[in-house]
Design a protein. Structure first.
Length: 503
């Protein structure tokens, strides 16, 4: 238990807006500075098997909902601390687990009844949700800009195309977003691209560098002739050599003519395009890019609505994708192809700018968290108060619920309620307030009918109504925090021995 508790304690000081960051040094000596819970946990090289369970739980939670990892680990650690005391009092592990699970189920029932509905059109509330997850990333005035980008990105992904193609879980949200990081500028210059970016340059100097109203051919097969290697002497005549070259030119002209006839003015090829074909495409005013990764091809297809063509002979205009503009631009000394202004793109890109590479990393982590937080409202449109308000209200309501049980299970439910209060206590500590004073003040406020969402406003360092302060968190994420913390704590409490196989 002590090993698992230590994992939870590692991230306690990072909780909240004024939480401390961790400086992580990897095996290569590279330095990373972050307050992101999962980034901290996954960087730890743990040998203890119980600690590994906590790390795996954090990874599972992050993959599922993307935010609340610190809260989940902290509550799980506190549940284990309280379980130690109950075990010393003579309670059986089974009784503790039963009480914890009853308390968790009751907490979720309470949360379901008290949660508030959020409309997708409420941009201000969505921004508050995103900002609650961004605060700990210390992005300063650029935080709201990043929050707005995340809202627009999620809106694009969910609203594009027919309903049958809508994203169904938060993990897929990030699969439909491409992150391109470039240092040397301000974070405020981070941009959402309604389309995709290829880290490539235009093939030929005679090709256009910019195409408007682009009709895009996505080609998987090469536009070049395979070079044969001969290991024997071949006797022939000059006429046959010329005929062979003429046939190559005829096939090349036929391919390029087929492309031009389809209406394509941009070609993105997964394989190679030879020099003569490049020249021929340039004469037709076609912008070309080759040796594009399969993953980038798939993103371009989602963004433009085009099909990836395998056989050039079956090409029709219906296979082409569309974008408002395709242009080669130089960003931080590197040439890139921007495919922008796509109609209903199912895949979008975010060009991340920051003064330093380390800052760009933190912006990307903030974006990923904010994207999944906003996406959670599209999956379940309920929210609860932040700033410890939600945890304090649950603790208040669980205590009288515990009194309904005559067995020692009552003690386990009370221990669960006490564990929840660790969140507002740590928020108070990390902002420089007195833990005991704040806890008593919150208990007093929540005892009133009007004190449902009273929490800690870390900006003003006061106890205020969380909803009025814009401190709100998604229902679905808070629900998974409770469920995962209870599950991992129960698993560790029930573990009686550690058995190691010989190496």
């Amino acid at each position: 238990m002590r090993a698992a508790i230590a994992i939870g304690e590692l991230v306690r000081s990072s909780l909240g807006l004024h939480g401390m960051k961790k400086l992580i040094v990897d095996k290569k000596g590279d330095v990373k500075v972050t307050a992101d819970g999962f980034t901290v946990i996954k960087s730890i090289q743990v040998g203890n098997p119980i600690s590994k369970i906590m790390v795996e739980a954090a990874e599972t939670h992050d993959n599922e909902v993307g935010d609340g990892t610190k809260s989940m680990l902290i509550i799980a650690g506190e549940l284990l601390k309280n379980a130690e005391k109950l075990l010393d009092m003579g309670l059986s592990p089974d009784l503790i687990i039963s009480g914890y699970r009853r308390a968790c189920d009751k907490a979720i029932q309470i949360m379901t009844k008290t949660s508030i509905p959020i409309r997708r059109q409420d941009t201000d509330i969505l921004r508050d949700l995103a900002m609650t997850s961004i605060y700990s990333k210390d992005l300063g005035l650029a935080g709201q800009h990043i929050a707005d980008i995340s809202i627009k990105a999620v809106e694009n992904i969910f609203e594009a195309g027919p309903k049958s193609n809508q994203t169904t879980d938060m993990e897929n949200v990030l699969e439909n977003v491409q992150f391109i990081r470039k240092s040397g500028r301000s974070i405020i210059e981070t941009r959402l691209i309604r389309g995709t970016i290829l880290e490539k340059s235009v093939l030929n100097g005679n090709m256009p560098k910019k195409v408007e109203n682009a009709k895009i051919l996505l080609l998987e097969s090469p536009l070049e002739f395979e070079k044969k290697e001969f290991y024997a002497e071949i006797e022939t005549t000059p006429g046959l050599v010329k005929a062979f070259a003429d046939e190559e030119n005829r096939l090349r002209d036929m391919r390029v003519g087929k492309i031009a006839k389809s209406g394509a003015n941009v070609i993105i090829c997964q394989k190679g395009i030879d020099l003569k074909t490049q020249d021929s495409l340039a004469k037709h005013g076609i912008l070309g890019v080759h040796w594009v990764d399969k993953q980038d091809m798939e993103k371009a297809a989602k963004a433009t609505g085009g099909k990836i063509v395998i056989n050039i002979h079956s090409l029709t205009s219906k296979d082409l994708g569309f974008s408002g503009i395709v242009e080669e631009r130089t960003i931080d000394g590197d040439k890139m192809i921007f495919i922008e202004d796509c109609k209903d793109p199912k895949s979008i890109s975010i060009l991340i700018r920051a003064g330093l590479d380390k800052a760009a990393d933190e912006v990307e982590r903030a974006l990923k968290d904010a994207l999944r937080v906003v996406a959670s409202i599209y999956l379940d449109n309920r929210a609860v108060g932040g700033g410890g308000a939600f945890e304090m209200e649950l603790a208040r309501r669980l205590r009288p619920y515990a009194m309904k049980f005559d067995s020692k299970e009552q003690l386990a439910i009370e221990a669960f309620a006490e564990a929840l209060e660790i969140i507002p206590k740590l928020l108070a500590e990390n902002v420089g307030l007195d833990q005991t004073e704040i806890k008593l003040m919150l208990r007093s406020e929540h005892a009133r009918d009007s004190g449902l969402w009273m929490g800690i406003n870390m900006l003003s360092r006061k106890v205020e109504d969380a909803l009025n302060c814009g401190l709100i968190e998604p229902y679905i994420i808070k629900k998974r925090v409770l469920e995962n913390a209870t599950e991992v704590a129960s698993m560790i409490i029930r573990t009686g021995h550690i058995i190691s196989s010989p190496k």
